[in-house]
Design a protein. Structure first.
Length: 366
């Protein structure tokens, strides 16, 4: 198991945030290497600044002919346009700078074609890392995950980074806040599309409960496609479960006191003063529209619900995160195909995407 710290867009780093982010990556997350997705200044080409960890850094077009970038520092590698793929601790990664623009201007279907082409060109590719747009972005596909860690300089609301666990494919989007929040820490679990998981895997809810307990989750939001037979599952007793039903779906039994129905007429869940909006049709919007259009959809929600901090949706297989200007859009991904879940840690707004583990098959008799 190897953990990789991902940073980008350090620029001049006028707030002196980079050394604090590197310290956090090592102290809190035990990373063993740093991926830098570009827009780095010559003053940061210093192995000591990165605690002498291995660094793979993407250069942009303007840096190729500049003397400071001709030779990488000791223990570093540079990637350049046309030569972006590296094996980092046996994990094949595309490490570039401007790939985020592909999702910014194209719908999901076109972006998937881009990912598929990269996978076809670079066999075994597992992660595509990019920066440039200065906000966090995650897009999961069946074989390749796309990640933009956000920015160190000129970021939205904190000095941002990401952490990839190459063994479990868990990814954490974190930040060092620019100011000190006074709210007590708490965590909200997010799941979606569990459908017939209880029949496919009777151990799923028990294992999900363990994942949530490890992350101090007390509230859970189920965004879409919950089987009515799973309302009130014993494994989630003691947690506050906020759930919604599909159109035409009904539940005749009485919900346990810890299960709270989300109504389409008022799709907002408030937890410890933070508001979560459940967007029932957003998966279709992402399929047909670009990230720019997604941001417009987010602004429509905020016109009616200006205090919403997170817009959650389901109805598709793949995890998704887009850090907007005022609210973050999150799809945890589906529980059946990918066994996905997400956890939002507040008030620091650290977002984890993980997978409920599957037991390996037993040894065959010899």
């Amino acid at each position: 198991m190897v953990k990789l710290g991902i940073v980008s867009d350090t620029h001049a780093d006028e707030a002196n945030a980079l050394p604090h982010v590197i310290d956090e990556l090592i102290r809190a997350h035990n990373v063993e290497a740093i991926i830098h997705c570009g827009d780095i200044e010559p003053k940061h080409l210093d192995p000591a600044l990165f605690k002498n960890l291995k660094v793979v850094c993407a250069l942009n077009d303007e840096q190729l002919e500049k003397p400071p970038f001709k030779t990488p520092p000791a223990g570093w590698e540079f990637t350049v346009p046309g030569d972006r793929v590296r094996d980092v601790f046996h994990c094949r990664m595309y490490i570039g700078h401007k790939r985020s623009y592909d999702l910014l201007k194209e719908p999901e279907t076109a972006f998937r074609r881009t990912i598929d082409l990269l996978r076809k060109t670079y066999d075994g590719l597992r992660w595509v890392c990019s920066g440039h747009t200065h906000h966090q972005l995650y897009f999961q596909t069946q074989l390749v995950n796309f990640v933009n860690p956000g920015a160190i300089d000129y970021s939205m609301d904190g000095y941002e980074y990401a952490v990839i666990d190459t063994d479990s494919d868990q990814i954490i989007f974190g930040r060092i806040p620019k100011t000190r929040p006074i709210d007590k820490p708490f965590s909200v679990g997010v799941i979606s599309d569990s459908l017939n998981i209880s029949r496919l895997d009777p151990t799923f809810w028990k294992k999900l409960r363990k994942e949530f307990e490890d992350r101090n989750v007390r509230h859970v939001i189920h965004c879409s496609n919950l089987a009515v037979n799973d309302i009130g599952v014993e494994e989630l007793s003691g947690l506050h479960i906020h759930y919604c039903l599909r159109k035409g779906q009904s539940f005749s039994g009485g919900s346990p006191q810890n299960w709270h129905l989300i109504f389409r007429e008022e799709p907002v869940v408030t937890i410890n003063g933070y508001q979560f909006f459940i967007h029932f049709e957003l998966a279709r919007t992402l399929l047909e529209e670009s990230e720019v259009e997604m941001d417009k959809e987010c602004l429509k929600v905020l016109e009616t619900y200006p205090e919403v901090s997170f817009i959650l949706y389901g109805g598709s297989n793949d995890g998704f995160l887009m850090g907007g200007q005022r609210a973050r859009i999150i799809n945890p991904g589906d529980a059946v195909l990918n066994r996905n879940f997400a956890v939002i840690h507040l008030p620091v707004t650290q977002i984890t995407f993980g997978h409920v583990p599957i037991d390996p098959l037993p040894e065959l008799p010899k």
